[in-house]
Ligand binder design. Structure first.
Ligand code: HPA
Length: 270
């Protein structure tokens, strides 16, 4: 793994002009942020040695380097999901690469189903904590001390300062934001009514199929993390209705301007 990492990083470094400070995983609802980046270099995933290739509808695969809010950023346009058949190590490989390229901060977005009764479709939620409901953990196996400790601390998975700053930015711009706990699970099925209720009972506010593996690996390497989620549907007991991928994409698209503004200003104020 370390050899592969070094090979990938050396390849990318030979192609880019500037070292990135901030990494961004452009999940559902943040695709439009690309338009705000002054792009300097762009690498298709298929051209990068050892990189997995994205397959899911609505996600294209590119690593984009450029300037945003006065910072050098690297943005993943298209992410890898466990449900596509990748291992959690493959899903999180790009996070390790971004760390070795120089990032200190990781910003992630996703779409999720709200299980908190106070949430509405289209709400943006700042992720304050998570519950790992994936059937595994990306750090299982040999630990690479060069990357991080065997037993990483997870007492502050999402950075309190960035959360506070994002809430202030939202307030200032009259954007209503929720905050809460994201439960990450494998998918690809959406949840049954009983599973949504289970997520609520164990302390989740939303459920989704990403982010948790990436944040675990980022925290292992001591990267500061921030994540936001768009509530695209509700899994509230007694009110659960049919969900589709198309509907998720549609709601996310409408919430995109709110997310983009928050992230852009947050990066500028880091
Ligand atoms: N469950 C899991 N993942 C999701 C959902 C959901 O309800 N909505 C968007 N991603």
């Amino acid at each position: 793994m370390l050899e592969q990492l070094k090979q990938t990083v050396a390849f990318i470094e030979s192609k880019i002009k500037n070292k990135p400070q901030v990494g961004i995983i452009l999940g559902t609802g943040l695709g439009g942020l690309v338009k705000e980046i002054n792009i300097q270099d762009s690498l298709g995933y298929e051209s990068i040695p050892n990189f997995p290739v994205s397959t899911v509808e609505g996600h294209s695969g590119k690593l984009i380097f450029g300037e945003l809010g006065g910072k050098q950023v690297v943005a993943m346009q298209g992410r890898f999901h466990f449900y596509e058949g990748y291992t959690l190590q493959q899903v999180t490989f790009p996070v390790r690469v971004m760390k070795m390229l120089g990032i200190q901060t990781l910003i992630v977005s996703n779409a999720s189903g709200g299980v908190n009764e106070n949430f509405s479709v289209g709400d943006v939620m700042i992720i304050e904590d998570h519950i790992n409901l994936f059937p595994s953990n990306p750090l299982i196996g040999k630990n690479y001390e060069e990357l991080g400790p065997r037993f990483p601390d997870m007492s502050e998975p999402y950075d309190h300062t960035l959360i506070k700053m994002a809430k202030e930015i939202a307030n200032k711009n009259n954007i209503k934001v929720q905050s809460g706990v994201y439960a990450g699970l494998s998918g690809p099925t959406f949840e049954t009514p009983a599973e949504y209720r289970y997520a609520r009972i164990i302390g989740a506010d939303t459920v989704g199929m990403s982010t948790v593996p990436e944040v675990i690996v980022a925290r292992h390497m001591n990267i500061t993390c921030f994540a936001v989620s768009i509530i695209t549907d509700l899994g509230i007991y007694g009110k659960t209705v049919e969900v589709s991928h198309e509907e998720v994409q549609e709601v996310a698209k409408n919430a995109e301007p709110k997310m983009t503004l928050i992230i852009k200003e947050l990066i500028a104020s880091i």
